[in-house]
Design a protein around this ligand. Structure first.
Ligand code: SF4
Length: 425
């Protein structure tokens, strides 16, 4: 207990005529040393306990009450004094009274050098303390202030991680980063799944298209020969015409399948994207109630791509927008740039303010033979082909769509990102 040692040794720590100053506890103990160092206390011996006496010190069970413990120790001492043989005790004391119990010490200064201010500042920054208001001085690290903690770190006595607010903040950041990486990973996994699915479909399509191409060519050729040989008023003529027409339609589906399955070659060349957009617009019949808006934010319109194939992609997207709008609406085209680190990309956007695509259709939108158009209106190969062509250019195509668009501001948007130089990914 505090002062227990003094009492045992019979030393007088009376406030009036004693010359002993007892201090206990983490704060008062430091205070006493600081005042002694500053010369404010003289002719005094110090009895210092960093804890509040051994009864509250390390190794003791937690949650005990200080005064209750003190009372227990006092009552133990009283009981002990009752049973002790005082005369034999005095005899022993006399016997050993001349024992030399003195100890001598030589100075061995172990103090660490006070760090430079700049060094303390650096450590404070490491702990996320840039301005005065960052200094919480909460004491959770075991030091009175953030500066004391920083000083201890520079002396190798503490670690940055002991600052609990800073460690908690870092943990929060890590959790946020992990969530972000998780989200990216799941998006990439989905994209990979979609690419795998489309690649399998591409292989299948290529096989079927290959097998169909030759017999289809024979049907087209013979139906046309027969048509030429047929008299104008022959009743078979109408049927033959239908055969030739439908076979021609099949031929274009097969061509679309081959396109989608990337059996065609891409011929990369420097092309002008503005010209590509103009050509694409011209290739689509636009009803009078539909207007076309073109925003060009590109500084340099030159890009390495296959003019013919990319025109096919863009005109296909414009045509889809026009079909979705029906009689009236707006189709917007936008060219933009996008620099992603070393990569220099161009962006082509085609959007409309039509009714939008239902959310459940979006994951299937690039699959071959998937169409939302009525029977006979579309082959379901346009977007699949566009996807294949963009992939051949090492680019990506994504779709965003909103249904139930009351304001008529936004329906569907397709965004194509292409590397400016072929070979960039
Ligand atoms: S735990 Fe951190 S904020 Fe609190 S006093 Fe220590 S260094 Fe300052």
């Amino acid at each position: 207990m505090a002062r227990g040692l003094l009492q045992t040794a019979g030393i007088n720590d009376d406030a009036v005529d004693g010359n002993i100053l007892a201090a206990e506890g983490r704060i008062l103990f430091q205070e006493a040393i600081k005042e002694f160092e500053a010369g404010l206390i003289s002719d005094q011996h110090l009895e210092l306990l960093c804890c509040k006496g051994c009864i509250m010190g390390p190794g003791m069970s937690e949650q005990g009450k200080y005064y209750n413990r003190r009372a227990h120790v006092s009552s133990y001492a009283r009981e002990k004094l009752k049973s002790i043989d005082i005369s034999s005790w005095k005899q022993w004391i006399r016997k050993f009274s001349n024992t030399n119990l003195s100890a001598s010490f030589t100075p061995d200064d172990r103090r660490l050098l006070t760090p430079e201010e700049a060094e303390v500042e650096r450590v404070l920054r490491e702990m996320g303390k840039y301005v005065e208001s960052d200094h919480l001085n909460c004491g959770a690290c075991g030091y009175e202030s953030c500066i004391d903690h920083a000083v201890a770190i520079t002396k190798g006595l503490a670690e940055v991680e002991m600052c609990l607010p800073h460690t908690i903040e870092k943990l929060h950041d890590s959790v946020k980063d992990l969530a972000l990486s998780n989200e990216k990973l799941s998006t990439m996994r989905q994209a990979l799944k979609q690419s795998e699915k489309l690649a399998h479909m591409g292989q299948l399509s290529a096989g079927i298209a290959h097998e169909l191409n030759n017999p289809l060519g024979v049907v087209i050729m013979y139906s046309n020969i027969l048509l030429e040989e047929c008299e104008k008023n022959d009743p078979l003529r109408g049927d033959l015409q239908l055969i030739a027409e439908q076979a021609g339609r099949c031929k274009s589906i097969v061509a679309g399948l081959l396109n989608f399955s990337r059996k065609n070659q891409v011929s990369h060349d420097f092309i002008d994207l503005r010209q590509l957009v103009r050509k694409s617009i011209e290739s689509v019949i636009i009803p009078s109630g539909i207007s076309i808006e073109f925003v060009d934010n590109l500084k340099d319109p030159e890009v390495m791509a296959d003019m013919e194939q990319m025109t096919q992609v863009v005109s296909n997207l414009i045509k889809n927008s026009v079909d979705a709008l029906g009689e009236e609406g707006v189709v917007r085209l936008k060219l933009d740039g996008d620099r992603d680190g070393e990569k220099d990309n161009v962006i082509i956007e085609v959007s409309d303010n039509g009714p939008g695509i239902p959310a459940e259709h979006l994951p299937k939108i690039f699959e071959p033979f998937f169409t939302t158009k009525s029977t006979g209106k579309g082959t379901g190969l346009g977007l699949a082909t566009a996807y294949g062509i963009v992939k051949m250019h090492r680019g990506k195509i994504v779709v965003e769509s909103e249904t139930g668009n009351e304001t008529k501001e936004r329906g569907t948007l397709f965004r194509i990102t292409l590397p400016r130089q072929a070979g960039q990914t």
